[in-house]
Design a protein around this ligand. Structure first.
Ligand code: NAD
Ligand code: MG
Length: 400
C-alpha cells in the first residue's frame, strides 16, 4: 500500500507530538510532508531533523528566519514558510493525502477548512473548528469528499461504535434510522469534581492544568477543569454525527477508561475502552479502517478495578450549561461562546481573571452579542468571533 503523506498542523503541541510518536512507529505507512508550530522553534527544528518534511510553517517572519538559519546549520533541506496562507497551503497541497488538524483554538479553523475543501483525509483534533463553524465545515467536507476521522477521544470512541455506513456518511441518514437511541458522552469531571464549591474562586492556573487522567495542552486542560471542554464536545458531536442536542447525554466517569458510548434502540450500549492515551485515537485515525500498534499500554482492568458513573453537576460547572444554551440558541452563538472562552482562558492563565470569572465573562459576552450575529457565511462567523473577542476584552478592561 502507498504510504500516506501527512501534514501535521500544530506538530509541537501535545497532539502533534503524540502523532509524530505514532508516525515514527510505522515508517513504511506514513511520510511527513509538512510540520507547523507557533512557537517552540527548537522543537520544530528537532522534528524537522527527525522527519525530513518538505516544509515547516511558523507564524511570522522573524521566527522563520531564526528557524531557517538553525536548519541550514544542521544540514536540513526543509523549506521554512510563514503565515496563515502557508498553513492553508500545506493543508491543501496536492502532494498531501492526510492532515492532522491539531492547532489549538479558532486559529486552527481556516487551515482545517482548507484541508477539508481539498478533499483530504482530515484527522480532526481541533474541536474549535466545529464549535465555530460546524454546519459550514461539515457541508464543505461532504461537498468536497473529505474523509473526517475524529481524534478527540470521546468522538473517536463514538465513531468506533457507530455502524460503519452511518459514521462514514452521517448526513446521508439519521441516527434514528441507524438504530441509535442516544450518544453517551463521557467526561472525567476534571480536577475540581469534588472540590468544595466555596473554594473554586481561589483556583490557580497550576491547579487547573493538572488533569487527573490526561496530559494535554494548557487551554484544553483549563477547559477540562471548567467542563467547557465537554460543552465544546457536545457541540462537536452534534456536527460530527448529525445528532440533535437531545440525542447527546453527558455522563461523568472519573476513571476516563470508557471513552464514550452509543445506546441503540434495542437497549444495547456499545462502548470503547482503553488507557487514557491519545495515541490510541490518533492511531485509529491514521490507520483507519485498519488497526495498528500505537505504543499505548494494554488496559489493565484489574488495576482499574471499578468504573463509576454520575450525572454532571451544572451548578458546579456553569460552562457546561452555557455551552448547551449556546447550542440550543443556534446561529453564531457557539462561535461567540468559543471566542469568549478563548479570551477568558487566556486571561485566567495570565492571572488577569479568576477561575469563576471564566463563566461570568462568557455569560456576559453571550448576552451582549445576542441578536447581533449570524452564521450564514464564513465571514459572518468570523465577524461573530471578532465581536465576541472585542466584547470579552472590554469586559475584562472594565474590571481592571
Ligand atoms: P497544545 O497547546 O499542546 O498545542 C497547540 C499547537 O497549536 C502547537 O503546535 C502550537 O504551536 C500551535 N498553535 C497555537 N496557536 C497557534 C496559532 N495561533 N496559529 C498556528 N498554530 C498555533 O494543544 P493540544 O493539547 O495539542 O490540543 C490541540 C487541539 O486538539 C485542540 O483543539 C484541543 O482541543 C484538541 N484536543 C487535544 C487533546 C489532548 O489530549 N491534548 C484531546 C482532544 C482534543
Ligand atoms: Mg475529549
Amino acid at each position: 500500500m502507498a504510504p500516506q503523506i501527512l501534514t501535521v498542523l500544530g506538530s509541537t503541541g501535545s497532539i502533534g507530538v503524540s502523532t509524530l510518536d505514532v508516525v515514527a512507529r510505522h515508517p513504511e505507512r506514513f511520510r511527513i510532508h509538512a510540520l507547523t508550530g507557533a512557537t517552540q522553534l527548537e522543537k520544530l527544528h528537532d522534528q524537522c531533523l527527525a522527519f525530513s518534511p518538505r516544509y515547516v510553517v511558523v507564524l511570522a517572519e522573524p521566527a522563520a528566519e531564526t528557524l531557517r538559519a538553525r536548519l541550514r546549520a544542521s544540514g536540513s533541506e526543509t523549506e521554512v514558510l510563514c503565515g496563515e496562507a502557508a498553513l492553508e497551503r500545506v493543508a491543501s497541497d496536492p502532494a498531501v493525502t492526510t492532515v492532522m488538524a491539531a492547532i489549538v483554538g479558532a486559529a486552527g479553523m481556516r487551515p482545517t477548512l482548507a484541508a477539508a475543501r481539498a478533499g483530504k483525509r482530515v484527522l480532526l483534533a481541533n474541536k474549535e473548528t466545529l464549535v465555530l463553524a460546524g454546519r459550514l465545515f461539515m457541508d464543505e467536507a461532504t461537498r468536497c469528499g473529505a474523509t473526517l476521522l475524529p481524534i478527540d477521544s470521546e468522538h473517536n470512541a463514538i465513531f468506533q461504535v457507530l455502524p460503519r455506513a452511518y459514521r462514514e456518511a452521517p448526513y446521508a441518514g439519521t441516527l434514528c434510522a441507524a438504530g441509535v437511541k442516544r450518544i453517551l458522552l463521557t467526561a472525567s469531571g476534571g480536577p475540581f469534581r469534588q472540590r468544595p464549591l466555596a473554594t473554586l474562586a481561589d483556583v490557580t492556573p497550576e491547579e487547573a492544568v493538572r488533569h487527573p487522567n490526561w496530559s494535554m495542552g494548557r487551554k484544553i486542560s483549563v477547559d477540562s477543569a471548567s467542563m467547557m471542554n465537554k460543552g465544546l464536545e457536545v457541540i462537536e458531536a452534534r456536527w460530527l454525527f448529525n445528532a440533535d442536542v437531545d440525542d447527546i447525554a453527558v455522563v461523568v466517569h472519573p476513571q476516563s477508561i470508557v471513552h464514550s458510548m452509543v445506546e441503540y434502540v434495542d437497549g444495547s450500549v456499545l462502548a470503547q475502552l482503553g488507557a487514557p492515551d491519545m495515541r490510541i485515537p490518533i492511531t485509529y485515525g491514521l490507520a483507519y479502517p485498519e488497526r495498528a500498534e500505537s505504543g499505548a499500554a494494554s488496559l489493565d482492568l484489574f488495576s482499574v478495578g471499578r468504573l463509576d458513573f454520575e450525572a454532571p453537576d451544572l451548578a458546579r460547572f456553569p460552562c457546561l450549561r452555557l455551552a448547551f444554551e449556546a447550542l440550543r440558541a443556534g446561529g453564531a452563538a457557539t462561535a461567540v461562546l468559543n471566542a469568549a472562552n478563548e479570551v477568558a482562558v487566556a486571561a485566567f492563565l495570565d492571572r488577569r481573571l479568576g477561575y469563576t470569572g471564566i463563566p461570568a465573562l462568557i455569560d456576559a459576552v453571550l448576552a451582549e452579542c445576542e441578536g447581533q450575529t449570524c452564521a450564514e457565511s464564513l465571514d459572518a462567523l468570523m465577524d461573530a468571533d471578532a465581536l465576541a473577542r472585542e466584547r470579552a476584552d472590554a469586559w475584562l478592561g472594565a474590571r481592571r
